[in-house]
Write a new protein. Structure first.
Length: 235
């Protein structure tokens, strides 16, 4: 595990974007695993700028997102599909058909989870997976628990996660309590992983992730077992 301390959030965003850009330059048809939340926003802004400058080209890139809220259509302002369009997809030359998220409106959760796993397998797996980290150590929506979820699954969200995500919803809007998420096994099959963390509220989770022990009570700690992980963080 390679750990890099950035000077600040802007520096973190630039460093992370540079690693993703290098992946795209090495392999223009890369499969990127993408994350949502506040931390990746700066990374996506940097990638859009690099694309606009002609440094990178998304024409042949395929993306698969970590997760999506259950019960929100892709057009909902707070869906992760909408987030990705606003923060990245609408600002780079990526084909809409090459962008993939779980279907939050799927009626059969088991069928949807299997579909998403087969989609990722059919793409040949994920070349680089971008991750944020929750204050409780979750990655994707893999919350602390008794075991590591092997594949894409439907999961309930922990109170800490609901509290953190509530800031994205307006007064009176109900924060979804269920989501589809790639499993730990799915994430760990990515050929390389980039974890980004910003802010003092992530210090505990980041310390447990890097220094162990490996436990499903801190889901991100499993990354210690991956052969190619880069962590970039700032206070």
């Amino acid at each position: 595990m390679k750990v890099i301390k950035a000077a600040n959030y802007v520096d973190l965003s630039k460093k992370a974007a540079a690693l993703i850009a290098a992946q795209i330059i090495r392999d223009p048809s890369s499969v990127l695993g993408l994350a949502t939340g506040s931390t990746p926003v700066g990374v996506y802004s940097e990638l859009a700028e690099l694309c606009g400058q002609g440094v990178i080209d998304f024409a042949c890139v395929t993306t698969v997102n970590l997760d999506e809220y259950c019960g929100l259509p892709a057009e909902h302002p707070q869906s992760y599909a909408q987030f990705m369009r606003q923060k990245l997809f609408d600002h780079v030359n990526i084909a809409k058909s090459n962008t993939h998220l779980p279907d939050g409106m799927a009626k059969d959760a088991e069928v949807e989870c299997l579909r998403y796993e087969r989609l990722i397998e059919g793409l040949g797996g994920i070349d680089l997976q971008l991750l944020g980290i929750g204050r409780n150590g979750h990655i994707g929506f893999n919350e602390p628990g008794e075991s590591f979820a092997p594949g894409t699954h439907q999961t309930g969200l922990a109170k800490d996660t609901l509290d953190a995500n509530s800031r994205f919803f307006g007064p009176g809007e109900k924060v979804p309590t269920q989501a589809f998420s790639m499993g730990i096994g799915t994430i760990m099959r990515a050929r390389s992983i980039l974890l980004i963390a910003s802010g003092s509220d992530k210090t505990w989770a980041l310390d447990k992730t890097i220094n162990g022990p490996v436990t499903p009570q801190v889901p991100a700690s499993v990354l210690q077992f991956h052969r190619d992980v880069t962590v970039i963080y700032c206070d």
